[in-house]
Design a protein. Structure first.
Length: 421
């Protein structure tokens, strides 16, 4: 029974020091050992501590309470209906006041990380992670599995991919020791596939995507099948197997359309655009990307991703007219209210604008003082490699070879970080 962790969490939530809670009951050192799981206290000590905290501990759980909690856990895994998840959380929040089982209480608190991520509250998710860090050493195997997995989810969302991969791998290590449902295992396999893909670890990404796809095919989860095919398409594109890449993207598109999942349809067009750029079919690439750009109901992040891709390729192809046209489109989508949210895209657009306008001083100031530091801070090593190379090329073109060398070294550093696990 993980009573120590529950006592510690409640003490911290009530802003009590160990000295204040222990006063008149036990020594501070004894309380510290209880909270860290080094000692299992007797029932009398538990009662006195819990009474002071205003909580009760009892390992008897009503079956209906278990059902409500497990339904919520499952919704967090499978549902994208935010209102449904919030509504079920209200039920869990109510019954949690009468749950005195320490193991279930901790599982609820760990799942709160995933809940906050699902409803878009990343700051609260981080706060929950920090609240649980001090007691994470006392977690049992099931709790550790979810703890590492949801940490991975958080770091993936904030695009700290090295941390995400480390946490997912730690979570995967507990699978052989647990009796997890197949949909849970498939979910961590898919998360690993996506994260390995972001690290350009193509073989690993393919392996995990195929394993996840095998399960999702069996249960006819077409949306997840489509997502797996997108990962596989990216993998094949990277190894220049364009035929298999296109086949996977087409499968993904058909599956996404069958479930009317517009976001996934957009992602297939986005990746088809990248594929055709790789194949050198400039016009076909733009045709796919413009489907997203011209869809006003598409998420702004998708429209900006498509536009910046066109801007980059148009500039490389020395199509200055097209580059200017797309820069104007991008700047019209970004305003004072959303600029900070899409800062990477904004910097990307400005960097190309300053280059084609030959405003070298503005370009250098933007890159050196804003864009490069921002990408470093965000640990976005993929983009950092690309734009450090752009800056290096710029300095080389104006014969500033020492400055060029500095940023070429940054390119090498960034590639090393991409494949670091």
């Amino acid at each position: 029974m993980n009573i120590g962790a529950i006592i510690k969490l409640n003490r911290i939530n009530q802003n009590l020091t160990q000295e204040e809670l222990a006063d008149g009951i036990i020594s501070i050192s004894y309380l510290s050992k209880i909270e860290n799981g080094k000692i299992e206290p007797n029932e009398e000590v538990i009662k006195l501590l819990c009474r002071k905290l205003g909580i009760q501990i009892n390992n008897q759980i009503d079956d209906s309470t278990k059902v409500i909690c497990n339904e919520w856990f499952h919704l967090l895994l499978t549902s994208s209906n935010i209102e449904e998840i919030k509504q079920k959380y209200q039920e869990v929040n109510e019954v949690s006041k009468t749950i005195h089982d320490s193991e279930l209480q901790l599982l609820i608190k760990i799942h709160m990380i995933r809940y906050y991520l699902k409803i878009g509250e990343t700051t609260k998710a981080l706060e929950q992670i920090n609240n649980l860090k001090d007691v994470s050493g006392t977690f049992n195997n099931l709790q550790k599995y979810y703890w590492y997995k949801f940490n991975g989810n958080y770091y993936s969302i904030v695009e700290e991919e090295n941390e995400a991969l480390q946490k997912y791998v730690l979570s995967e290590d507990f699978i052989p020791h647990l009796d997890l449902p197949e949909d849970e295992i498939a979910d961590i396999l898919y998360s690993l596939a996506v994260t390995y893909s972001k690290h350009r670890l193509t073989s690993e990404a393919q392996s995990y995507a195929n394993r996840a796809l095998e399960y999702y095919r069996q249960v006819y989860n077409f949306s997840r099948c489509a997502e797996c095919h997108i990962v596989l398409g990216i993998c094949y594109r990277r190894i220049n197997n364009h035929q298999k890449a296109e086949k996977n993207y087409q499968l993904a598109k058909q599956l996404a359309e069958s479930t009317d999942n517009k976001r996934l349809v957009h992602l297939t067009h986005l990746n088809m655009g990248y594929l055709y750029f790789t194949k050198g079919d400039y016009n076909q690439a733009i045709k796919h990307l413009d489907i997203i750009v011209n869809e006003k109901d598409a998420p702004l992040i998708d429209r900006l991703a498509a536009l910046t891709s066109i801007i980059g390729e148009s500039y490389i192809n020395n199509d200055i007219q097209e580059t200017k046209k797309r820069i104007n489109q991008g700047l019209n989508l970004i305003n004072a209210e959303n600029k900070n949210r899409y800062l990477s895209f904004y910097y990307e657009i400005l960097s190309h604008l300053y280059l084609i306008e030959k405003e070298h001083e503005k370009f250098e100031n933007l890159m050196i003082n804003e864009f490069i530091p921002y990408l470093k801070e965000q640990k976005n090593y993929a983009k950092l490699a690309g734009f450090a190379e752009m800056l290096g090329n710029h300095f080389e073109s104006i014969h500033k070879y020492k400055s060029a060398s500095t940023y070429y070294k940054l390119v090498n550093f960034s590639y090393k970080q991409i494949v670091q696990i």
